[in-house]
Design a protein around this ligand. Structure first.
Ligand code: ZN
Ligand code: ZN
Ligand code: ZN
Length: 277
């Protein structure tokens, strides 16, 4: 499985859109891995998780062909995870599909995601045309094209909607967890994951040097979740542990995060980073 993280910032981006704080100024000056856009992750060039407004720009930046994508898993409808308006451009006139492109892109998510997909695609005939919507059922494995299976797990995040984390398994049995936006993994998530070996785990590190755990996570919370996963038999020394979803309010620039996270066995994601499992 090839996992490419397209965007590694929290909602405001980093440097944040209208911010002039010290860490945003430093990120602007340093550039490179310190320039972070909003969430989306591509699996094997055919399965997307989250779809922020930066997805179009990142497709250009990283040379991606989104016509091949058959599935979009959306964690929740916060604007840094879903920019539904761009789904309209998959309809006739805007997009010319051929035999290499699936006829339908299926979007999975909660009710609010469904509402946004319906609103954004209404001018083109609504869901059921070239973009379909399916409401996810937590903890129920769902088969996808290409031999993938995914399971939605309940995140600890916005209390006004049920936000999801995703476990994705490929036909070779490799398993990855998309673990943001969330606080510390809940008992339900841990009960479901217990005993399942994971090859790759992406964790929320929004608050960086600040401990949080009830809505997002800081590095101290990530260490706690790592230990929980190890105790539950999910991870071992071969599991790739990756931090992402960073905010300027977490204070730490890329190199500073690496200095903190590397010795504890985590790698620090940056926009466009590719991982193989
Ligand atoms: Zn977010
Ligand atoms: Zn800032
Ligand atoms: Zn969120």
């Amino acid at each position: 499985m090839k996992i490419q993280i397209l965007g590694t910032a929290a909602a405001e981006g980093w440097p944040a859109l209208f911010c002039n704080c010290d860490v945003c100024q430093r990120a602007r000056a340093l550039g490179g891995k310190n320039i972070r856009t909003r969430s989306a992750t591509m699996i094997d060039d055919q399965l997307l998780i989250d779809f922020s407004a930066d997805t179009y720009g990142n497709a250009l930046r990283f040379g991606l062909d989104l016509s091949k994508v058959h599935t979009l898993l959306v964690t929740h409808d916060h604007e840094d995870h879903l920019y539904a308006e761009d789904l309209g451009t998959r309809y006739t006139w805007f997009a010319h599909l051929n035999e290499t492109s699936p006829e339908v892109l299926t979007v999975f998510g909660n009710d609010r995601v469904g509402f946004q997909v319906a609103r954004a695609t209404a001018p083109y005939g609504g869901p059921g045309g070239r973009v379909a919507f399916r409401r996810v059922v937590p903890y129920e494995p769902t088969a996808l094209p290409g031999g993938y299976t995914f399971t939605a797990m309940t995140a600890l995040h916005d209390r006004a909607q049920q936000c999801y984390l995703y476990l994705v398994q490929d036909k070779a049995g490799k398993r990855m967890v998309y673990g943001h936006d969330t606080g510390v993994f809940t008992d339900d998530v841990m009960r479901f994951l217990a005993g399942q070996r994971l090859d790759y785990v992406m964790l929320d590190c929004t608050t960086g040097s600040e401990k949080e755990g009830s809505n997002h996570m800081g590095f101290a919370d990530d260490l706690l979740v790592r230990d929980m996963l190890r105790d539950a038999g999910c991870i071992d020394d071969k599991t790739q542990m990756v931090l992402t979803h960073f905010s300027h309010n977490g204070h730490l620039l890329h190199e500073e995060l690496e200095a903190l996270a590397g010795p504890e066995g985590f790698s620090v994601a940056y926009d466009g980073a590719i991982y193989e499992i």
